[in-house]
Design a protein around this ligand. Sequence first.
Ligand code: DAH
Length: 341
Amino acid sequence: MKEQLEKSKQEALAALAAADSPAALEAVRVRFLGKKGEITAILKQMGSLSAEERPVIGQLANQIRADIEQALEDRAAVIEEQELAARLAREALDVTIPGTPVSLGHRHPMSIVLDEAKEIFIGMGFSIAEGPEVELSVYDFDRLNIPVGHTVREWQDTFYITRDESVHLRCQTSPVQVRVMEKQKPPIRIISPGRVYRKDDVDATHSPMFHQIEGLVVDKGITMGHLKGTLNALVKKLYGENTATRFRPHHFPFTEPSCEVDVQCFACGGAGCRVCKGEGWIELLGAGMVHPKVLSGCGIDPDEYSGFAFGVGLDRMTLLRYSIDDMRLLFENDMRFLRQF
Ligand code: DAH
């Protein structure tokens, strides 16, 4: 019986060494230590032993059972460790494999120029104001000294929202001037960028929807000199120190005196071409000293305060900035064009 026990032990240890999974280990345990296991079977024969042999064999059997249990435990620990290592290897991430490229969008050329302009104006102490695109004609016209019947109302004809023409898509950013002056007392220094609408046919320099940046400065002692200095600073920062500008007398109902500012044509350098329609200059903006009627209409005393205002076409600014010779490119969203910026 002693030999039987020793033999079972050797077999159990060999089976354990070969076992490579928790299931295999369990099978070994059942085979040797289970209720119907080999060791148990041997012990059931103890009854046939003599009184002297019984405790000796009993002790040996217990020892062998303990040895196998210990071996089981040790082997289980090894298998667990191996499984963990295998799992870590299986689930490892290779962070050195090149990733799938994410294609990033970028800003539209007009947004780039607008951001530049904002930065230039913010640098001069301006803040940004916003106004609605669906505007009351009272703000877009009447309060800007453009009463019913004024010819400007016709050539700035726009898209009407109401039949009585009291609400429309604004045809200029100038109404923001009135909205700001109504709420804010001088000193005022704002720009207001946004979309505007006109009944224009599409061509290389026109679109029924385009963009303006309105500017307004109101304070004591503001003169035309401040206006010229501010706009020249803008043009030179945007287009380079040597960019030539031209201030032409003009008429706007909401400014007195008024002017238009031209920039020398980028395409022909002033000789005259398709882009500047043979003029050599490109009209960039309208400006002037805020009309006393507009000031007083907003509760600002024109004897105490004066101001200048301007409205610049952001689309034209962008064409000039990048030497683009057709405004339609800005709105067609052709990726081959947009990717160049
Ligand atoms: N609103 C004018 C336009 O759309 C541009 C303009 C001219 C704005 C003179 C002004 C200004 O503020 O003072 O043609």
